[in-house]
Structures are given as C-alpha cells and as structure tokens.
Design a protein around this ligand. Structure first.
Ligand SMILES: NC(=O)c1ccc[n+]([C@@H]2O[C@H](COP(=O)([O-])OP(=O)(O)OC[C@H]3O[C@@H](n4cnc5c(N)ncnc54)[C@H](OP(=O)(O)O)[C@@H]3O)[C@@H](O)[C@H]2O)c1
Length: 262
C-alpha cells in the first residue's frame, strides 16, 4: 500500500503502541486524526509529532456520542486508514471477573472496533485505496490462563477481521489484522510485568512494534501479521496441535495463578 498523502484515524493514540504508531505514521508524511479520552495527552502528542495539520479529538469510544463526533470529523477531513488500536486488559482468573469488567473489556476491545468499521466503511469506500487495521494480539490466537476475557475479545476481533476481509474482497477497502506479542507499555499492570519476568516472556518495545506496523502496511496486499519468534510459530502449532500447547502452558499455570489470583 502506498502511504504517501494518506490520512489515518488512530484510536488509542495516547497509549504506548498508539504513540509509537502515531510518530511512525507522521514520519512517513501521513496526516493524522488522533483519538483517546485524555485530551491533555492528545495535545502533548500532537505537539511532538512531525508535520503539521494533525487533528485530535478526545472521546470515549464506548459512548455513541463519542463515536458520532469522531465520524463527523473524519467525514469532514476524509480518511484512508482506520486503525482500531484502543484496548484494555485485565490479569484475572475468570472467577474474579465482574459483570462490569467483562462488559467493559468486550465493549472496548470488540464492539467498538466492529461499530467503527461499520460506520467508517462508506467513508473508506469513497477513497481510491483504503484500509482498516485492527490491532489484535498473539493472545487472539492462543488462549491464555489469566487473560480469559481479553483472549475472548481478541479471538473475536481476529475472526471479525477475517470475515470482513472476505466480505469486502470485491471492494477497494483492505482489512488487516496486526497482532503484537507482549509490548512494554502502561497497558500491562505491575503484576503483569512481574509475571512476564518470572515466565521469561519476551517483551517488545512499542517502537519496534510501530516499525513492523509500517513495514506491514507498505506491503502490496497487507494481511494478518503476527509479531515475534517463537510466538508466530506457536500460533501455527496451536491451530494444528492444540493439545501440545495445552501441555506446554500447563507448566505455567501455578505461576499465572499466583499473579492473577486475588
Ligand atoms: N501492550 C501489550 O503488551 C500489547 C500486546 C499485544 C496487543 N496489544 C494491543 O495493542 C493495543 C494498544 O495497546 P497499548 O499497549 O498501547 O495500550 P495502552 O498503552 O494502555 O493504551 C490504550 C489506549 O487506548 C485508549 N482507550 C482505552 N479505553 C478507551 C475508551 N473507552 N475510549 C477511547 N480510548 C480508549 C487509551 O487512552 P485513554 O485512556 O486516554 O482513553 C490509550 O490511548 C491494544 O489493542 C492492545 O490490546 C498490546
């Protein structure tokens, strides 16, 4: 995909991966519409970015009024790339997850991207070359103890992205599912960081993720992209031989219970 002269709308722009992607896209000369709830962080990011003319809008994406305001701004400006990056997680065993936590994670990670894809489609279809990029996770392909709700949303987002790509196969809008592995950002609580250290989980920098993101988008027909070795291999093994992965992850369970438990 040719990125030059394009406008991208990026959700979750103030987060670790969001900021790094915003910097990388601005460096490639794109115009950006950046959104998150925290207006001060958005204003700081806007000032730091290369290039002028980037816009910000502070909205809560779980609110219909917030999504409508974003759509209006995007319709006024024109948008070529919709990047669904905002997301939340929770390290917890299922028995500890409240109804409101469950609803909040599903709404933010799955329903919001689905609704934005639906609402932005007419805008994207009006552009000569456009794309939806849904930011998933390696945990959208490998079910992981202590992340049951998060996994459910990212598995859902991966399935949604695949189905939508096939539904739009005869149109000009490309659908990309981009799945990082663990990344050093405020997304991961202290407990999660400590657990990852004990488990020896590889952790990428947000800048490395953003670099790969740009490389992926520059491909002629960007598709699903899984980050990290051996994680991308485990994604394949889990698809073919899930019992093998059950066994391997069973060894981690006592550690996960220790950190995810009350
Ligand atoms: N970090 C990782 O280990 C990792 C690994 C794999 C995949 N990912 C995925 O990568 C994406 C970005 O993660 P990250 O690490 O950059 O997370 P992060 O640092 O916690 O940032 C999350 C972003 O989402 C925004 N956001 C959250 N709820 C929102 C809402 N209701 N309305 C509007 N904006 C909202 C936050 O801004 P406000 O709070 O200001 O709204 C923030 O900009 C997520 O989809 C995540 O699932 C992360």
């Amino acid at each position: 995909m040719n990125l030059s002269g394009k406008t991208a709308l990026l959700t979750g722009a103030t987060g670790g991966i969001g900021c790094a992607i915003a910097q990388a896209l601005a460096g490639e000369g794109l115009s950006l519409i950046l959104t998150a709830r925290d207006s001060e962080k958005l204003a700081r990011l806007q000032q730091e970015l290369m290039g002028k003319g980037h816009l910000t809008l502070s909205v809560d994406l779980t609110q219909a009024t917030g999504r409508e305001a974003l759509l209006k701004l995007a319709a006024d400006q024109g948008v070529d790339l919709l990047i669904n990056n905002a997301g939340i997680n929770q390290l917890a065993l299922l028995e500890q997850v409240s109804d409101s936590d469950l609803a909040g994670i599903i709404e933010t990670n799955l329903m919001v991207p689905m609704m934005l894809c639906r609402d932005f489609l007419p805008l994207l279809e009006g552009r000569p070359e456009s794309a939806i990029i849904n930011i998933g996770s390696i945990l959208g392909s490998i079910g992981y103890a202590g992340s049951v709700t998060y996994c459910a949303t990212k598995f859902g987002l991966r399935g949604f992205s695949e189905a939508l790509r096939r539904e739009l196969a005869d149109r000009s809008v490309q659908v990309v599912y981009f799945a990082p592995r663990a990344t050093a950002t405020p997304f991961n609580s202290d407990k999660m960081v400590a657990m990852n250290e004990v488990l020896g989980t590889a952790v990428d920098s947000a800048e490395a993720v953003a670099k790969d993101f740009i490389k992926t988008l520059k491909q002629e027909k960007p598709h699903n992209r899984y980050l990290g070795w051996p994680e991308k291999f485990f994604v394949r093994v889990n698809g073919l031989l899930p019992k093998l992965v059950d066994k391997a992850l069973y060894k981690q369970l006592p550690i996960i219970r220790r950190f995810a438990g009350r």
